[in-house]
Design a protein around this ligand. Structure first.
Ligand code: PGA
Length: 252
């Protein structure tokens, strides 16, 4: 019922030629992956070229961020979601913890970006996740609940059918420390339960919740075996076509 999504977040890596090469190397390796949606998120400067070279393939392209507005105007340094749609992007990652930690992203900007992305026809991948100290203080669920509530505030039922949530515990990102499948399931189940309370069982049952944080070829299968884990947002292990393809083709 929920088609899994395996998304690769390339962060601030790869010059445009290398991004194209990785995308082209990935193409045949995941060509038969009908069991899931495959998404890659290169840097802005490589987006158009990667989109063009992947035309006709089953790989979709995401941006890693977008502006809070679609209307063109005096917003130096920003890229409107509608501009991303214009060049062929289908998804956009919003509220990644690195943006929250280092670039002043707030729950409010996450909410505005999510709405702008939806209006532009993009699928937002909205990221939430607690820091280590928050988990240790027993606050993980509260933090995630708060981020989620603000991030999706004011979204319609139709909007909710289109968004993807990514749970990325900050302590697991780029650290090699994955949440155990049980920890991931626990939070994913909790997120789905909140969704059921706020938006009803139907929305909750349909929304895809990805796990992110040190996902690798050797742990994807156990993560995906959890009932509420609907895919992965992969950083480091998505940079090489071979390792990302292994993750996409988990269990095959
Ligand atoms: P990682 O990054 O897989 O390198 O931990 C995940 C992410 O930041 O999306």
């Amino acid at each position: 019922m929920r088609k899994p999504v395996i998304a690769g977040n390339w962060k601030m890596y790869k010059l445009h030629a290398e991004a194209v090469n990785t995308a082209l190397a990935l193409k045949p390796l995941v060509a038969n992956a009908n069991h899931c949606e495959v998404v890659i998120a290169p840097v802005f400067t490589a987006l158009k070229m990667v989109v063009d070279r992947l035309e006709g393939s089953n790989i979709k392209v995401a941006a890693q961020n977008c502006a809070t507005e679609n209307e063109f105007g005096a917003h130096t340094g920003e890229v409107a979601p509608s501009m991303l749609k214009d060049i062929g992007c289908s998804h956009v990652i919003i509220g990644h913890s690195e943006r929250r930690q280092f670039y002043g992203e707030t729950d409010e900007t996450v909410n505005r970006k999510t709405k702008a992305a939806l209006i532009a026809g993009l699928t937002p991948i909205v990221c939430v996740g607690e820091m280590l100290a928050e988990r240790e203080a027993g606050q993980a669920e509260n933090i995630v609940k708060g981020q989620l509530a603000s991030g999706i505030e004011g979204l319609t039922v139709a909007d909710m059918r289109r968004i993807i949530i990514a749970y990325e515990p900050v302590w697991a990102i780029g650290t090699g420390k994955t949440a155990t499948p049980e920890q991931a399931q626990e939070m994913h189940g909790y997120i789905r339960q909140i969704m059921a309370e706020t938006h009803g069982e139907l929305i909750a049952g349909g929304i895809r919740i990805l796990y992110g944080g040190s996902v690798k070829p050797d742990n994807i299968e156990s993560l995906m075996s959890q009932p509420d884990v609907d895919g992965a947002l992969v950083g480091g292990a998505s940079l090489e076509a071979d390792s990302f393809a292994k993750i996409v083709n988990y269990g095959r």
